[in-house]
Design a protein around this ligand. Structure first.
Ligand code: SF4
Ligand SMILES: [Zn+2]
Length: 326
């Protein structure tokens, strides 16, 4: 009998490293993104998150080796993003000695801004100050929505809007930057409710965030959302919904439509997905909503019809009735 081959994780190599472009003080600059393999998020409860379960225990040396390995791709980028599929500020994921060494290296290399992600409970005065003493840093927090009921009950995020505000104020008082992630279409919201929630959340989060990032929900493996989706109870957001939100929000907002066009990712009809996703990416770099004006496709009428009908048939999966356009 043939043995099933097991993937052996290399704890000395990062999960992924890639180059892209980002906005830095209103300029488009090359950036480097590094995903480090760590023990992973301690919370692990969010209904749509499949990353959190991917963690493995790593030693300090292995973490530093991952970073060194990733930095072989570095070629003078002004902006570096380091993610861990958890919280960079959780000392169990990234011990202080390790982060000090990483930050010192980036500072010495002349990197202008570091972007990291963290849950608000790890945002403490001492650690924020320590990080900012090395390099200008943007602290990204997965707020998802400003609505505590949606965050608590539908996402199971485990912190409140007040927790986010508290963390944001602390970071700002010490001179750091804040990015708030907003989730478009958590489970159990209709398309229209999701649009309204994202727009309202953007308005409420804006005073506490230097930049907003709209995350278009996708169906990740091993999640509660996947189980709901498999039973026909969830459809990832339409890209038209993302466009609607991006057009309605004032001030800097970015959006990377990960998985656009895929069954599990945000999608329209299949024919226009690539063009709409490209426009969303361009908007992130230019902040020019006029980019959306020339987009059109026959499926837009179907999307509008769904927004209209779902108000009257709450609880019924309209996806069942529109198989052709979904
Ligand atoms: S979304 Fe963030 S906080 Fe929630 S389980 Fe995933 S990594 Fe943890
Ligand atoms: Zn279309």
């Amino acid at each position: 009998m043939q043995k099933k081959s097991k993937t052996i994780l290399d704890r000395n190599k990062p999960v992924a490293v890639w180059k892209s472009k980002d906005l830095l003080n209103e300029r488009i600059v090359p950036s480097l993104t590094i995903i480090l393999r760590t023990e992973g998020c301690r919370w692990k409860c969010c209904t749509m998150c499949g990353y959190a379960k991917e963690g493995v225990a790593v030693t300090d040396n292995e973490l530093l080796n991952q970073f060194s390995n990733a930095m072989q791709r570095f070629s003078g980028e002004e902006l570096v993003k380091i993610y861990t599929s958890g919280s960079f500020l959780d000392p169990r994921e990234v011990p202080n000695e390790v982060s000090d060494e990483i930050l010192e290296t980036l500072g010495d290399l002349g990197v202008k801004r570091l972007v990291i992600e963290t849950r608000p409970e790890y945002v403490e005065s001492e650690c924020v100050q320590r990080i900012l003493s090395f390099i200008e840093t943007e602290f990204s927090i997965g707020l998802e929505t400003s609505n505590d009921l949606i965050r608590d009950e539908l996402i199971k995020k485990g912190f409140s809007f007040q927790d986010f505000i508290h963390a944001s104020k602390l970071i700002h008082e010490r001179g750091g930057r804040v990015k708030a992630y907003l989730l478009l279409k958590p489970p159990l919201l209709t398309e229209g409710q999701a649009i309204t929630d994202a727009i309202c959340s953007a308005q409420r989060a804006r005073p506490y965030a230097d930049i907003l990032s709209l995350n278009l929900c996708n169906v990740q493996r091993g999640t509660l959302l996947e189980r709901i989706w498999e039973r026909g109870g969830y459809r990832p957001p339409w890209l038209w919904s993302a466009v609607e939100v991006l057009k309605s929000i004032e001030g800097p907002i970015i959006c990377d439509p990960v998985g656009a066009g895929a069954k599990r990712g945000p999608h329209n009809c299949g024919q226009c997905d690539a063009a709409v996703a490209e426009a969303i990416r361009k908007h992130s770099l230019t902040q020019n909503a006029a980019i959306f004006e020339n987009l059109s496709c026959h499926c837009m009428a179907g999307w509008k019809k769904i927004l209209e009908l779902e108000k009257q048939v709450f609880g019924v999966q309209l996806a069942e009735f529109f198989p052709r356009i979904l």
